[in-house]
Design a protein around this ligand. Structure first.
Ligand SMILES: [Zn+2]
Length: 118
């Protein structure tokens, strides 16, 4: 995926501010020009706004961009598809891992039979 760190960051940040605007009436800070990125301070202000699950996800996505792990599945480590990230820029798992995570959670929540192996 030939997408620069900066452009990944911009996508996530614009989602973040979009979300804030929709849910909290928070206007994104003005960007003097497209080449100027919103400062970390602006992001901190936006994120301190509310403790919110979705904001947490987007914040995490930003830190993954910094670490260079953004865009990779946390399960199988394979790159996520562009379509996945367009649908949700904060996405962390690919479709097949998501399925198995669901199954794991389901099994953990509702054991079908008594575990006698232990
Ligand atoms: Zn995966």
């Amino acid at each position: 995926m030939a997408v620069s760190k900066l452009s990944m960051r911009r996508v996530i940040i614009s989602n973040l501010f979009e979300y804030l605007k929709l849910n909290y009436d928070f206007e994104r800070p003005a960007e003097p020009s497209p080449s100027v990125q919103i400062s970390d301070r602006d992001i901190d202000i936006a994120l301190s706004y509310k403790s919110d699950h979705r904001l947490g996800e987007l914040r995490e996505a930003l830190s993954r961009v910094e670490k260079g792990t953004y865009g990779y599945c946390i399960g199988c480590k394979r790159p996520l598809t562009r379509a996945d990230l367009e649908e949700d820029p904060a996405k962390r798992v690919c479709a097949s891992c998501e399925e198995s995570f669901k199954m794991v959670r389901h099994t953990a929540r509702a054991p079908q039979s008594a575990d006698t192996s232990r």
